[in-house]
Design a protein around this ligand. Structure first.
Ligand code: IDP
Ligand code: MG
Length: 138
């Protein structure tokens, strides 16, 4: 069964949208296989976002992701990686389709890093790597 790593980012937790995100994942029919609230530290985030190191938004991204608690979960189901990316919507919340998490619940806040409520793995390789970072016990 395919698995993906989903994060509710600090903006989503601060705005009390954890339940809303979990509800959309469950309503779609995916199973939540693991779930935890945590405070991510720099080392963990640098590993998680390694592909973005050197980009202008990298440091703001790490700072933002450390700005408050996050919720990490593993969701499971056939084609869940692709399916959750569709549920999340495109990276830029201004143009993300209405009906998606980012399209419905986020907007441009004028910050250096885009605040867009959720992260979802983008491939089987990323999912395996990211799940092992956030849930080494699995
Ligand atoms: P994704 O989350 O839709 O997969 P990525 O390109 O992997 O998008 O970028 C990771 C995160 O970095 C995004 O979710 C967003 O928070 C932030 N980000 C991506 N591109 C930009 C940008 O061009 N400017 C500011 N922040 C960005
Ligand atoms: Mg990404």
């Amino acid at each position: 069964m395919e698995r993906t790593l989903i994060l509710v980012k600090p903006d989503g937790v601060k705005r009390n949208l954890v339940g809303e995100v979990l509800s959309r994942v469950e309503a779609k029919g995916y199973t939540i296989a693991a779930l935890k609230m945590m405070q991510a530290d720099r080392a963990l985030l640098v590993r998680h976002y390694a592909e973005h190191e050197g980009k202008p938004f990298f440091e703001p991204l790490v700072e933002f992701m450390m700005s408050g608690p996050i919720v990490a979960l593993v969701a499971e189901g056939n084609r869940v990686i692709e399916g959750f990316r569709k549920l999340a919507g495109t990276t830029d919340p201004t143009t993300a389709e209405p009906g998606t998490i980012r399209g419905d619940l986020a907007r441009d806040q004028g910050t250096k890093v885009v605040q867009n409520i959720v992260h979802g793995s983008d491939s089987v390789e990323s999912a395996t790597r990211e799940i092992s970072i956030f849930f080494p016990e699995l």
